[in-house]
Design a protein around this ligand. Sequence first.
Ligand SMILES: *Cc1c(COP(=O)(O)O)cnc(C)c1O
Length: 358
Amino acid sequence: MINVTKTYLPSFEEYTAVLKRAWDKGWITNNGELVQELEAKQKDYLGVENFLFTNNGTLPLQMALKVFNITKEVITTPFSYVATTNAILWQGCKPVFADIHPETFNIDASKIEDLITPDTQAILATHVYGIPCDVDAIASIAKKHGLKVIYDGAHAFGCVLNGKSLLSYGDIATCSFHATKLFHTVEGGCIISKDVEIARQLMLYRQFGHEYNDYFSEGVNGKNSEFHAAMGLCVLPKIDAIIAERKRISVQYDAAFSSFIQRPLMNDTLVYNYGYYPVVFETELRLLSVVESLKQKGISGRRYFYPSLNELPYLQKQRCPISEDISRRVLCLPLYVGLQQKEIETIIEWTSKIMEPC
Ligand SMILES: *Cc1c(COP(=O)(O)O)cnc(C)c1O
């Protein structure tokens, strides 16, 4: 089966050679040498300060809401992975959905202000597929209304906007290093903050709120281990080559599909990470028929992101017609290092057949 993504793995020997450093010391978690080295290298690669490696990409969203004392309404995007909305709910806050822009599939900044109430405290938006939100418009709305801006940058690793990592925008940005993501540490993630004081509080949250015998605050366990850091140290040096290979595949898809398929629009000044290859079909029926015929060829596309999060069955109904429509018609095609040329051609052939106008 060809899946939508396949985890990039270093050779077993490469991995164990790095891991051996922790093994020999008998130090396998609690801010060990490999975690510290990975954090330093990540900061350097991304060009950011105040970077904390965490055990996944969901807890940082909760920590971000917590550190800013967000307890009421959060304006958010309906077009993301469910973790974005669930983090808001888990913190006891209310998600208020602003519909997405029909071209970028990101939260439509022009729809945010109408949703602001006296209870609104933050905007939590996703750079979906690594495509930047309208960061300038969002920053100015936030400033005008005294709101915090948190970006779920789970897809944004390696994306560069205006010469800066996309993860450097917002009061806080998070990323996921899950095995299905572009850069991975098996499980893992990070939280990046603008402010040094906030970064220190997040560092304490990550380790139960205390440092040795000094107890400062509430906290959780957001740490990650030497085993995970070792994977990150193996994958990070390969990340530019991984992005280049994904670009090579994406360019072939572009050449085959561009004339008759809708794709999310990317900002001109974006250096993209080729994390996903979403395509939007004319109708959900066509999408289902592509999914079915690819399945017969042993190829699976993934309905990222479906359903639109405003339609989650445990939420009070809020309408987001554009997100509902796009989420029913969007499919991510397989894109990963190791996808064979023959497989790429099969995907192109079968997808084109069904996409062509009737
Ligand atoms: C994957 C993902 C997450 C969750 O990350 P985990 O590391 O799996 O916890 C959060 N938000 C978005 C948009 C994601 O795609």
